[in-house]
Design a protein. Structure first.
Length: 99
């Protein structure tokens, strides 16, 4: 990844706090949900209920995709991110900082 591309990603992450999270349901259908997020560098953190569908989906299949963007008046002004990755359970802040 070039430094310029990394900076582009970090800039988009810093500008937004809402994203669409796509997970895989047990029946094979994708599930897209709007969630809030925090970022620390290229790490993205979300909070989900342990009794919810998203949590069950990510435990079963850690593959996720996210889309991050804001409202824009003209299509040529759209700036956003589309990211694929693997979700990992973080139990506490100490888990984050012990990496």
């Amino acid at each position: 990844m070039t430094p310029e591309f990394r900076e582009h990603i970090l800039s988009r992450l810093a500008e937004h706090r809402i994203m669409t999270l796509a997970t895989n349901r047990s029946d094979g259908w994708p599930q897209a949900t709007t969630v809030s997020f925090l970022s620390e560098g290229l790490n993205i953190y979300i909070f989900v209920a342990r009794v919810g569908q998203k949590f069950a989906n990510m435990l079963r299949d850690s593959r996720v995709s996210v889309a991050i963007a804001g409202d824009f008046n003209k299509p040529e002004d759209i700036k956003g991110l589309s990211i694929a990755g693997k979700a990992k359970l973080v139990e506490s802040a100490s888990t984050i900082h012990s990496r």
